[in-house]
Design a protein around this ligand. Structure first.
Ligand code: F6P
Length: 343
């Protein structure tokens, strides 16, 4: 079989581990010939590929980023884009394509599968907002990075009697904010799923500081939204898939906290630090399991399917199901666990 692989959308730790697993399983397990397309769907549209082999993948397991490159190119937003994809796959004699991506990359994969393209999906995104899988590649590492940062923020906040608002990624979902906030002992967590009331946030801080503590960490997802009629935030610009380019809500939150409570406040935006660097052992194992399972799926002709983690097992689900709607934060986790520690 001639097996192709691509990585699309925002990068995350664990992509190289997944590429390595696809190549290893394909070459050693099935004597496949492997190629990689550069920069996600851009490489397929423009016929930009490279040969892959086990030898070429040496040293990839712990490396962050993606050796294939990535982009947010959407073939369905380009004149003749999906036709160009079909042409390249035919020219390159591709029997199956493994697309490693989040909602956008796999959204394209799902439409192509409906047109008969033999594609299998692997879920990745630090945001963990893809449906039909318990977890995506990259989430665990992002949480680890954010939790470590929060630990560090605690000591400097304590030294200066300050509130520090730490902004993490997550434009539609508060998974990173909630996990890192619980792990890091946040005094309040703001997520897109629960519009926040700044007065309630200030009350948590005042209650806490009245007990003799003078430092607090507030964790906010970049996509957190103020409740209607409270405070306003600037509208962001949109990318090719129509997603807002976020970042900066923490500045508004910190300014409002300082104004309303008088507590000196600072901001730390973690940004792309959460997407860079070496994956955790969990993400390396997950990527390796997903990569090998995707090759099995391709050889069994399970096209239009995505590999997914359900409890301890890697199973297959229709890609269409995974991209139908974002996987929102588990409300019970927020209200029955995270909120218990606010203030
Ligand atoms: O991949 C998802 C994500 O990490 C979002 O949380 C964030 O809004 C976005 O990527 C930022 O992506 P970029 O700066 O690469 O366009």
């Amino acid at each position: 079989m001639r097996l192709a692989v691509l990585t699309g959308g925002g990068d995350c730790p664990g992509l190289n581990a997944a590429i390595r697993a696809v190549v290893r399983k394909g070459e050693v397990g099935f004597s496949d010939q492997l190629i990689g397309y550069r920069d996600g769907w851009r490489g397929v549209m423009e016929g930009d590929s490279l040969e892959l082999s086990v030898a070429a993948c040496r040293g990839l397991l712990p490396r962050g980023g993606t050796v294939l490159g990535t982009s947010r190119t959407n073939p369905y937003k380009k004149e003749g884009g999906s036709r160009a994809v079909l042409k390249t796959l035919e020219r390159d004699g591709v029997d199956a394509l493994v697309a490693i991506g989040g909602e956008d990359t796999l959204g394209v994969a799902s439409r192509l599968a409906a047109e008969g393209v033999p594609v299998v999906g692997i879920p990745k995104t630090i945001d963990n907002d893809l449906s039909a899988t318990d977890v995506t590649i990259g989430f665990d590492t992002a949480v680890e990075v954010a939790a470590e940062a929060i630990d560090r923020l605690h000591t400097t906040a304590e030294s200066h009697d300050r509130v520090i608002v730490c902004e993490v990624m997550g434009r539609h979902a508060g998974w990173i904010a909630t996990y890192a906030g619980i792990a890091g002992g946040a005094a309040a967590i703001l997520v897109p799923e629960e519009p926040f009331d700044i007065d309630a946030v200030c009350s948590y801080l005042e209650r806490r500081h009245a007990k003799g503590r003078f430092a607090s960490i507030v964790v906010t997802a970049e996509g957190a939204l103020p409740a209607e009629g409270t405070i306003s935030v600037a509208s962001p610009e949109l990318d090719q898939f129509g997603h807002p380019r976020l970042g900066g809500i923490s500045n508004t939150v910190a300014a409002e906290i300082e104004k309303r409570t008088g507590f000196e406040s600072r901001v730390t935006i973690l940004g792309h630090v959460q997407r860079g660097g070496t994956p955790t052992a969990f993400d390396r194992v997950l990527a390796t399991r997903f990569g090998t399972a995707a090759v099995d799926a391709a050889h069994e002709g399970a096209f239009g399917q995505m590999v997914a983690l359900h409890g301890p097992a890697v199973e297959r689900v229709p890609i269409a199901e995974a991209v139908a709607r974002p996987k929102r934060l588990d409300r019970t986790l927020f209200s029955s666990v995270a909120e218990v520690f606010f203030g």
